[in-house]
Every structure is written in C-alpha cells, then in structure tokens.
Ligand binder design. Structure first.
Ligand SMILES: Cc1cc2nc3c(=O)[nH]c(=O)nc-3n(C[C@H](O)[C@H](O)[C@H](O)COP(=O)(O)OP(=O)(O)OC[C@H]3O[C@@H](n4cnc5c(N)ncnc54)[C@H](O)[C@@H]3O)c2cc1C
Length: 415
C-alpha cells in the first residue's frame, strides 16, 4: 500500500497508550502516524507498574515483551495478609501464570517500558513524535478529516485524531465538554528501598498487602530483575480534594510523604518498621486515585475523533488493571483500524467504519465494566472481618481476564 493511500493518523499524548498505539497501528500496516506530546519528553510517573498476561500478550505482539522481560521482576500471585503477629494469609489473587495464561506477571519501572517502546518506534518508518506540541481544541470535523489547534495556535489536520492524553484529557473535552475526573478520596504514597532493609522471613512472598483497619493497607512488592529492591507503599482514605498544584506541593513535601508512610508503623508487623526506617527521598511517589465517570461514547458522532486509555476510562487500582486495560484498548483499536483499511480499499464503505468503531467501543466498555465488577468483588472480600484464606472454591476465575483471544474479538467486531 503506498503511504499516500494511507490515512494520516494523529495521536495526542506520547504516554504508554500513545506510544504502544503507534506500534500496534504500524503492525496493522498503518504507517502514516504522528504523535503530539505536550511535554519535552514522555511523562514518567509513579515508579514501577505491574503488567498482567493480557497486556503482556499485546506487548509481545508489538515486539516489546522480549526486550522488557530481562528488565523486569516476574511473579504470579498477589498476597493479602492481616497485620497480626502471625501475619495471617487472608486472600490471594492471581496476576499471572506462564502455565495457565502464557505469561507470568511482570513488575517493571515505567521508564524501562517507555525506553523499549521508544526504541521500537525509532526502528520503524512512518511514526514521528513531536514534543512540546500541546493539543488545544478541535476546530472542525468532516467525514474526510479533522482539524485542530495546538496551544501555540498552530493548526494541523489528519484523517483520524486519537486522544491518548491521559486522565485529564483535552481531546475528551471535544466529546464530553462537561465530564471531569472524580477523586475517589483515596491516595497512595510509595517509595523504593533495598529488599535487605526489610529483613523479610525467607518464605515471605511478594507482592503482599498488609491490611490494617485503622492505618490502611501497606504494600510491599519486589522489583528490579533480581528482586533486590522493593516498592513500599501505603494506601488510605484522604478526604481533601486538591488541584494539580496542590498534589504537586504534597509530593514536593517529602517529609509529609515519609510521615504518611511511617504513620502507624508499630501497628503493622515489624518488617514494616524496617521498611520505613530509611526512605530515599528521590524514590517517593504520590498517587491520588481519580476515576473517569462512565462515558457513553469514546468516538465522535462523525467518527474521526477517538479517545482511549486513561482518557476514556481511568479506573481504580484495585485489580491492577489501569495500564493493562489501556494496552487492550490500543491493540484492539489498531486491529479494527487495520481491518477497516484493508476492506475499504476493496469495497469503499465509509459508514462501515463508524459502525465497527461503535462496536469496538461497546465491547471495550463492557470489558472495563467487568473490571469494575471485579474491583468491587475484591474490595468486598477484603473487608475487615475476614479471618483466614477463603475456600478454594471461592478462588477468582480469571481466565476471562488474562486469556482473551484479541484476534478473534477484533474479527468478530469487524465481521
Ligand atoms: C503515581 C502514579 C502511579 C501509578 N501506578 C500505576 C500502576 O502501578 N499500575 C497501573 O496499572 N497504573 C498505574 N497508574 C495509572 C497509569 O499511570 C495510567 O493508567 C497510565 O499511565 C495510562 O496511560 P495513558 O498513556 O493512557 O495516559 P498517561 O500515562 O497519562 O499519558 C498521557 C500523555 O499525554 C500527554 N498529554 C496530556 N495532555 C496533552 C495535550 N493536551 N497535548 C499533548 N499531550 C498531552 C501527557 O504529557 C502524557 O505523556 C499510576 C498513576 C500514577 C499517577
């Protein structure tokens, strides 16, 4: 296919969604792509992330898995324990399994994943990234193209404009001018310390969440390939809703973050006091939990503007699916776009595109809804009052989450 015949695709945001989307589109033969990023470099927030098999299958398909895996800590299960003397196991949650789902779970620094995606993009023709270009507003949209303005008042046009610009998406404002992210009144503060500092018992597996009804949840998760570092983090309710500057001020106040992590340490098992005894300030992160209210559409009425990733459905962190669902969005969207492109060359059916995009969005929303149901089930199981690990029959069945056949799903939507 000559590049002149290819639709020009503009992506707003060079975060994990935007970068991976460019690679997934490219894999589908769509190679006329520009990513516009408002910052001078891709945003690297929040230390390490956890990737589950559904996302790893996608990263494998776009060529990222084999490069990422050697930089990651592999594990299978999340553990939930009480803060009593015996550190009683209350619950487990499967996050990966090479045997059952083809991949273990990986814990990896976000900057490593960003590096791998950039590396892959540099190796491809037909994807460019423009930094310092802040999308401002859509100026016009027709069946042929969409035109928009940047914050510097320069303009550009493309066949499609994809908003991968995160939870505070500006592209979303075109589709849903009145929707604002909602603060869930929960925050997490995290840091990273050497694993040796905790003096963990030898059979103590991580990631583990130590639950305490008064002081919230304390999380410990090994990271780096050899597990020589752990994330330590505390989550609890926080009723004050701050603006962007307010959260940034709190993150700059390292002593406040350290005090937050240390609060109530004596009410947890002694390894928590060890964990917070020495906290390097440069490894501290703050994550206020926001959600995007359910949207009735991720695609504009004309069908040329689309949002995905956090811009479409930022979800609470309970099942650890935030970033993993963003990868599902981008891969299925790219698959659908590729299939439409191959067909339209043959049968030129313009309306078909909007029908198929609608199916994509409905299918993706149903999946996000199921994750929200799973979040609620997990929260319910971890309410105070659970005494010991639940019966085996109550184990979560997670094949639907980790074993989805994306190629078949895409084919069904396009059929
Ligand atoms: C501190 C912290 C820790 C987190 N930890 C985890 C975790 O462990 N696991 C997990 O699953 N999720 C985690 N999340 C959530 C996760 O970061 C998001 O789900 C994920 O980053 C979504 O990716 P995205 O590419 O859709 O959006 P983002 O990562 O937000 O990327 C959006 C990009 O768009 C750019 N942009 C924004 N506006 C414009 C504009 N107007 N014009 C041009 N560019 C623009 C931004 O600069 C950014 O580079 C965490 C979030 C935070 C804040």
């Amino acid at each position: 296919m000559s590049s002149a015949a290819l639709p020009k695709i503009a992506i707003v945001g060079a975060g994990l969604s935007g970068l991976a989307l460019a690679l997934a589109l490219h894999r589908n033969g769509l190679t006329n792509i520009t990513i516009y990023e408002s910052r001078p470099a891709t945003l690297d927030i929040g230390g390490a992330i956890m990737l589950s098999p559904n996302a790893l299958k996608i990263l494998d398909a776009i060529g990222a898995y084999s490069r990422l895996q050697p930089r990651s800590y592999a594990f299978d299960t999340l553990y939930f324990r009480k803060s009593d003397e015996a550190i009683t196991l209350v619950d487990t949650f499967e996050f990966g399994s090479a045997e059952k789902y083809g991949y273990p779970a990986l814990r990896v620094y976000r900057h490593e994943l960003i590096d791998v995606l950039h590396e892959l993009i540099r190796e491809k023709d037909g994807i460019s990234i423009e930094y310092g270009k802040k999308f401002s507003r859509v100026l016009s949209e027709t069946k042929e193209q969409v035109t928009w303005a940047f914050a510097d008042e320069s303009q550009a046009s493309a066949s499609f404009l994809i908003g991968a610009d995160g939870i505070h998406s500006q592209v979303r404002k075109y589709l849903h001018p009145d929707i604002e992210p909602r603060f869930t009144k929960g925050i997490g503060v995290t840091a990273a310390v050497p694993t040796a500092q905790l003096q963990l018992p030898s059979d103590f597996d991580t990631p583990v969440t130590l639950m305490n009804s008064k002081y919230g949840a304390f999380v410990i998760a090994k990271q780096l390939r050899d597990g020589s570092e752990v994330l330590i983090g505390k989550q609890r309710r926080f009723t004050e809703d701050l603006n962007k500057e307010g959260w940034a001020d709190m993150l700059r106040n390292k002593q406040w973050c350290i005090d937050f992590l240390r609060e109530g340490a004596s009410e947890f098992p002694p390894l928590v006091a060890n964990a917070v005894s020495n906290i390097p300030e440069n490894k501290i992160n703050l994550w206020p939990f926001y959600v995007v209210p359910k949207l009735d559409s991720w695609v504009s009425a004309v069908g040329k503007v689309v949002i995905l990733g956090d811009a479409a459905h930022a979800i609470p962190p309970t099942a650890g699916q935030g970033v993993n669902q963003a990868f599902e969005d981008i891969y299925t969207f790219a698959g659908v776009m590729g299939a439409l492109q191959r067909r339209s060359a043959a049968q030129d059916d313009a309306d078909r595109s909007s029908i198929v995009l609608k199916r994509w969005q409905t299918g993706r929303q149903q999946r996000v809804d199921k994750i929200l149901e799973l979040n609620a089930m997990i929260d319910k199981r971890r309410l105070p009052g659970q005494d010991s690990i639940t019966n085996e029959k109550d184990e979560f069945q997670l094949g639907w989450l980790y074993n989805l056949d994306f190629e078949q799903t895409i084919a069904d939507w396009v059929a």
